[in-house]
Ligand binder design. Structure first.
Ligand code: DGJ
Length: 705
């Protein structure tokens, strides 16, 4: 709901539990009013009528109060918008008007019941529109900015999507998700201090190093289930930056958008425009858990395509075979996968071109005839015959120098004349900003998806940008931004042309997880780290913002061959992977009949609990910090608890799990033991798991009676 004050200069957006308010000051400066619990328009008007910011000669009156601080004039905060022409730098904007509702000028389609507010400003021919949208039934505020240049050419040095302002409190604690390859999404919390904390990626993709998300709670008072939490997440899959600033008067602002540096995002010629990605914000008073559930619901309802269609259990051959693949071996794996009850069989890297190692073949998206003499169709038919869907791996944005594509088009990669072309994993990045490259990829991928009955595409991206140059193109180059737009367009076009095909976003594991890619893919590969214990911490971090519905997780071999050699039971590996979209990635040809039969039982159990895991509300009962950890999913009358015991120590009894989200007045039957528990007892005294020893795990299903 968008409400407008009587003077037409105060606006209030409200969701089910929260409101967001702003107003125009006397000199058309756009000031923040409120972000927090739901308030009435009269409250917003009272705030607007209250005293404005205080004046001090050595401070900027506007700093910490503006909705979108532009560069120029009496402001010392980091500008959200910075533009320059040959004559001058900065913006002196005038308010032009506002609009509400409708889809005019929006980014992404607005649905019925969504509410949007648009505020239009201009400066010397540059139109600047700030967009605010709350989706029906959600407390997430989506913000973005459109620039339309009707004046002379200018350079956009920086165009953030939004600046978020927090209420004045004594202090703030910052939560973030940091990491590296095979150790993504590590949750860390620290007190905010004066100055700026900047996270981001200057790598051309979202990066393993930080998820584009932050959360802040006042004075470090929020717990998992209680307290106010503010969160922001950026919908962008290229380089990005989020800066959290505590200003001299202790106010906190968070500004974020595409691009890492302020040195040049793009150039706008007369008549050109730019739409920033969405930077979404959420206030919740349900603690970190409540905030996560609201983010998850928002993504399931408004971001992830067809999120109500549950993801199948997949098999992926990468850890089992790496590059050493053949049709016969894939058929053998497929037969084993079908025996285990798997629903989707995915051939990973190595099926195309001269791709027998990571040194060759990327770019040549035709089946390797030595390995697949009849192309992919015979294998796809075999897999379908076994009752499974068929999927393939691709890495379209990349090329090996040893490939027909590179030999034919050495200028199709990102490079700077006279400079070394840096190879990482022996590959170069294609310049997706080029239309010929876009057309080539469209034609190859469309042909591929039309030539064999493919149901699923795992879309990988295995190196960062290092030589992002485009000879002949003036700086600042659009390449960084256009690469992401071209990727999005390609995915959109493929999805439209092949509506039955599902896509997975992968970037060497979790290097491309963000709201932008998630709006175009059906699931994400969370990490190349498939060790079931390490995974618990990665999944804990991921779950702060993203839902289980999109979180792919595989059961692989023990000892863990990829990383740490850890030995763990099938039980522990399965229960760890069942917390998301279950997959299997071990070498099934080496699994014993007993192991396969056990796997089948777990897969069957997963299919039963899938609607609750993939569609339910997540409660993190205990964090994976050693000892006992557990998550619970609740959907309607059903609840599922997954619990893991890392190590049991004598004299330290394993505590019962206090459950959440149940009706205290109801009774719940445990489908494992047939015991009936009272809701109030489960909530206040807890559920005994019976876990013991090291690396033990369990699944408990509860149904309301
Ligand atoms: C990185 C991915 O994360 C792996 O799962 C696998 O697909 C390899 N790339 C293949 O090269």
């Amino acid at each position: 709901m968008v409400e407008i004050g009587a003077d037409g200069r105060t606006w209030l957006l409200s969701g089910p539990t929260s409101s967001y308010g702003l107003r125009l000051g006397d000199e058309d400066e756009l000031l923040h009013l409120h972000w927090g619990p739901r308030i009435a328009l009269a409250d917003a008007e009272a705030l607007a009528a209250g005293p404005g910011p205080e004046y001090w000669a050595f401070e900027a009156t506007l700093d910490g109060h503006e909705e979108y601080p532009v560069e120029g004039g009496p402001r010392f905060v980091r500008p959200a918008l910075s533009v320059r022409t040959p004559e001058r730098r900065g913006t002196e904007w005038r308010f032009e008007g506002y609009g509400t509702g409708g889809a005019e000028g929006t980014e992404g389609a607005a649905g019925a019941g969504d509410d949007e507010l648009r505020l239009r400003f201009s400066d010397s021919g540059l139109g600047i529109t700030l967009h605010y949208r709350m989706r029906a039934g959600s407390d997430v505020v989506e913000r973005w900015v459109t620039l339309a240049n009707e004046g002379p050419a200018l350079e956009v040095l920086r165009a953030d999507s939004a600046t978020w302002t927090l209420p004045l409190r004594d202090g703030w604690r910052l939560s973030q998700l940091h990491g590296r390859w095979a150790a993504e999404s590590r949750l860390t919390r620290s007190d905010l201090t004066y100055g700026e904390k900047v996270i981001g990626s200057r790598r051309g993709h979202t990066g393993h190093q930080h998820l584009p998300w932050v959360a802040l709670d006042a004075d470090g008072t929020a717990t998992e289930e209680l307290g106010e939490v503010y969160g922001c997440a950026l919908a962008w899959s290229g380089s990005w930056r989020i800066a959290v600033a505590q200003l001299p008067d202790a106010r906190v602002q968070i500004t974020g958008g595409a691009g890492y540096d302020d040195s040049g995002l793009l150039r706008l010629e007369p008549g050109e425009g730019f739409v920033t990605p969405v930077f979404a914000g959420l206030w919740s008073d349900g603690g970190f858990g409540g905030a996560s559930r609201a983010w998850h619901a928002y993504q399931r309802e408004h971001v992830i395509p067809d999120a109500d269609r549950y993801r199948p259990v997949l098999y992926n051959s990468w850890e089992a075979t790496e590059f050493d693949i053949s049709e016969e071996q894939q058929r053998a794996l497929a037969r084993r996968a079908a025996e285990a009850g798997i629903e989707l069989f995915v051939v990973d890297d190595g099926w195309f071109g001269a791709r027998t190692s990571d040194r060759a073949g990327l770019g040549d998206w035709t089946p390797n005839r030595d390995r697949f003499p009849g192309g992919l169709k015979p294998l796809a038919d075999h897999v379908h015959g076994l009752g499974m869907q068929f999927g393939i791996w691709v890495e379209p944005e990349m090329v090996n120098q040893d490939s027909d594509l590179y030999r034919a088009h050495p200028d199709w990669v990102q490079f700077q004349p006279g400079r070394r072309r840096t190879e990482l994993r022996n590959q170069l990045v294609l310049n997706l900003a080029r239309e010929d490259v876009q057309e080539y990829l469209w034609e190859r991928l469309d042909t591929l998806l039309s030539g064999a009955p493919v149901d699923y595409v795992k879309w990988d991206f295995n190196r960062a940008f290092t030589d992002a140059g485009w000879p002949g193109e003036a700086y600042p180059q659009r390449l960084w931004v256009d690469h992401v737009h071209a990727l999005y367009r390609l995915l959109d076009r493929l999805r439209a042309a092949h509506p039955g095909v599902a896509f997975e976003s992968c970037s060497g594991g979790g290097g491309r997880i963000d709201l932008g890619i998630m709006s175009r893919t059906d699931q994400v590969w969370t990490s190349d780290n498939t060790d079931p214990l390490d995974r618990l911490a990665i999944q804990h971090g991921y779950s702060q913002v993203h839902p289980a519905r999109a979180m792919a997780a595989w059961v692989t071999d023990s000892p863990n061959t990829q990383l740490n050699g850890r030995v763990s039971s099938l039980r522990f590996r399965f229960v760890s992977a069942m917390a998301g979209v279950l997959g299997v990635g071990g070498d099934l040809t080496r699994w014993s009949g007993e192991e396969l039969a056990e796997a089948r039982t777990w897969v069957e159990l997963y299919k039963e609990i899938r609607p609750v895991v993939q569609g339910g509300d997540l409660y993190r009962l205990r964090a994976p910090e050693g000892g006992l950890s557990a998550v619970q999913y609740v959907r309607g009358d059903e609840a599922v608890v997954l619990a893991w015991l890392q190590a049991q120590h004598h004299g330290e009894p394993v505590p019962p799990l206090r459950l959440r989200g149940l009706d205290p007045t109801a009774s719940y039957e445990c489908l494992e033991t047939r015991e009936v528990h009272r809701g109030a007892v489960l909530l206040h005294h807890g559920l005994r798991t019976g876990l013991r020893g090291d690396l033990d795990a369990t699944v408990v299903r509860l149904r309301r009676k």
